[in-house]
Design a protein around this ligand. Structure first.
Ligand code: SAM
Ligand code: SF4
Length: 340
């Protein structure tokens, strides 16, 4: 198939979405709802205030057309996110539909884990292959302070249940927050010593709705990086297809540690992901200027080629970097609105 590049007259044949910096995109982050039942201080500190009816979020058929277009151009991994994706009443149908798409090898989700213990076996049966659970502190008091809910033990049980039903690894996202969870590293290390958990420390990213919180709580991942390298942790060699996380292992630990430092120079060089919001907007980056509406092309299967061309046109113009380090936050008011 010949794909037009808008910034030049060239045509080229590609099996994957590719930008003008030769980055290839085979990983789709698909938001299925903006709704959430937590009130994380860095995301929805006042809780979710609906600006759309649930029925306005992409239907299973519309989601299928998105995934099918991406799969047609080499996407092999889809992460379902939100908001809290498991709040969708048809979540099982969404999982099953994605796992049935030809070419999709990994169906992942990011969840706050509130219904993990109850539902993870059903999610696995429906086709979920990879799971990320957000756990910002192992201290129930701090956990409540950060998320607004008292569900820590329930979520930790859910992670154990995930292992029981057959997941060989669970990734746990921890947003690094100065003066809140930065003293938790010893407890986290103890937790992963005998469990196949990949802890992923994520630096707090500044979004449009975040005012003083960023300056109060942003902590660089460098201190964790330095601790790890001086305590026997070794960095895994990155494969070409790996994303921006730096992953460390230690022969004395079953678990691993990942560091995601979006403010680090060249963070965007290994970008391999595109995003579609719950309202059907294509986002080149969490911190882009605008979303590109795809919804008019999601109504009928026969619009697939037009959909693919529109996506590639915009991918061709994807910027080299997010410019977060210059205080730039783009249109993102909070990550629940696009899917973090
Ligand atoms: N509700 C689900 C959850 O919390 O896991 C999925 C959506 S949430 C937006 C996805 C991830 O983004 C979570 O791990 C969350 O901690 C992270 N996140 C949200 N806002 C963030 C921010 N401002 N900086 C860094 N990570 C953020
Ligand atoms: Fe909800 Fe996830 Fe945002 Fe927390 S980070 S408020 S759980 S969407």
């Amino acid at each position: 198939m010949c794909v037009r590049l808008t910034d030049s007259k060239r045509c080229f044949v590609s099996t994957q979405f590719e930008d003008s910096y030769s980055r290839k995109y085979y990983y789709l982050r698909l938001s299925v709802t903006e709704a959430c039942n937590f009130r994380c201080t860095y995301c929805l500190p006042n809780g979710y205030k609906p600006t759309h009816k649930n029925s306005e979020f992409l239907s299973v058929d519309e989601l299928r057309r998105v995934v099918s277009a991406f799969a047609n151009r080499g996407t092999s991994k889809v992460r379902i996110t939100g908001g809290e994706p498991s709040l969708r009443k048809d979540f099982i149908d969404i999982l099953a539909m994605i796992s049935e798409q030809e070419g999709i090898k990994k169906v992942a989700m990011t969840t706050n884990g509130y219904s993990l213990a109850k539902n993870v076996h059903r999610w696995r049966d429906a086709g979920l292959t990879d799971i990320n659970v957000s756990v910002d502190s192992l201290d129930p008091r701090i956990f409540h302070q950060i998320t607004g809910v008292s569900k820590l033990y329930n979520i930790m049980n859910g992670i154990d249940t995930a292992f029981e039903v057959g997941f060989s690894q669970v990734k746990v996202n921890v947003v690094l927050l100065k003066d809140l969870n930065n003293g938790d590293l010893p407890a986290f290390l103890k937790w992963i010593q005998y469990k196949p958990i990949q802890l992923r420390f994520i630096e707090l990213m500044q979004t449009g709705e975040m005012h003083s919180l960023f300056s109060r709580h942003h902590q660089s991942g460098v201190s964790i990086h330095n601790y790890l390298v001086s305590n026997g942790w070794l960095m895994k060699v990155k494969k070409h297809s790996d994303g921006p996380a730096e992953v460390f292992y230690n022969p004395n630990y079953v678990g691993e540690i990942g560091l995601i430092m979006p403010y680090k120079k060249d963070f965007c060089d290994s970008c391999n992901r595109l995003r579609v919001s719950a309202l059907g907007q294509l986002h080149m980056c969490l911190f882009g200027d605008f979303g590109i509406d795809l919804r008019d092309l999601l109504q009928e299967d026969r619009q697939k080629n037009a959909l693919i061309s529109r996506i590639q046109d915009h991918v061709s113009n994807k910027k080299k970097s997010h410019f977060l380090d210059q205080g730039y936050t783009g249109v993102t008011s909070n990550l629940a609105s696009i899917g973090g």
